[in-house]
Design a protein around this ligand. Structure first.
Ligand code: NI
Length: 249
């Protein structure tokens, strides 16, 4: 089953979210970043059968007022399948590393309490991210839009952590990520789009949407020398297991 394990479907990005959802012939996991988008996630999961959600406060919003309550109050909702996207982003903001770490840790602890997967965003901050993640071996993590080295990918896999692979893998200049996809067992890969960002080829430059997950699957199949159907089936199983999705195959 084609599962986009990470996308954002906010009214502020799309003119018509309904159309975007309907075009995806598969399942989507929509991620929140702040109060506004977390509330939108809740609306979407209640409206569409094939939409699940994760709730979280993104490091970009570390200095804004956002509520943990919206997250915690909904973690028992059967269609809220994780916490995200959360993590560290030193590309956006190098000034508040301490606050970012605290925000990340607080949300990991919520995930531990409710046995949820944490969807991690890590940009220019892989060492600090690893240091924190390593302190929580009992918590399940996914590294969304994975972009670090093969060596770090291997380290994550040893900790049973899966990597979200998005449109970047289709870009010409993504040799490093292609090597990760080639070397890491399919068991540890998940498909994602990170819509509305990072549109895969052949639509790079246009607005991204979950239906484009297919192009990510095609590229992974090409790199690994296996069929697209096998990539879709296995990554679908991986996502169902990872997020405890109530879907039978
Ligand atoms: Ni994202």
């Amino acid at each position: 089953m084609l599962i986009d394990t990470h996308c954002h479907l906010s009214n502020s990005d799309y003119e018509n979210v309904d159309e975007i959802v309907k075009r995806m012939k598969g399942v989507m996991i929509v991620a929140g970043c702040d109060d506004k988008t977390n509330l939108e996630v809740l609306e979407l999961i209640n409206k569409y059968e094939n939409v699940y959600g994760v709730l979280g406060i993104h490091p970009e919003y570390v200095m804004k007022k956002n509520s943990y309550k919206i997250i915690e109050n909904n973690l028992t909702h059967p269609k809220i399948v994780g916490i995200g996207e959360v993590g560290l982003d030193y590309h956006w903001d190098k000034e508040h590393k301490k606050e970012q770490k605290q925000l990340f840790i607080n949300q990991i602890e919520l995930a531990r309490k409710y046995h949820k997967t944490v969807v991690v965003h890590s940009r220019d901050a892989i060492e600090d991210t690893l240091e924190i993640v390593s302190k929580y071996p009992e918590v399940k993590f996914v590294f969304h839009c994975y972009s670090s080295s093969l060596e770090i990918a291997q380290e994550l896999v040893k900790k049973n952590i899966r990597l979200g692979i998005g449109g970047v893998v289709t870009f010409k200049n993504s040799a490093k990520l292609k090597r990760v996809v080639e070397q890491i067992d399919l068991e540890y890969l998940l498909l994602e789009t990170d819509s509305p960002y990072l549109t895969p080829e052949p639509y790079r430059g246009k607005q991204n949407e979950p239906a484009n997950t297919l192009y990510v699957a095609q590229k992974i199949a090409e790199i690994k020398g296996i069929s697209v159907d096998m990539v879709i089936a296995k990554t679908g199983e991986n996502a169902i297991e990872q997020f405890d999705l109530p879907i039978s195959l």
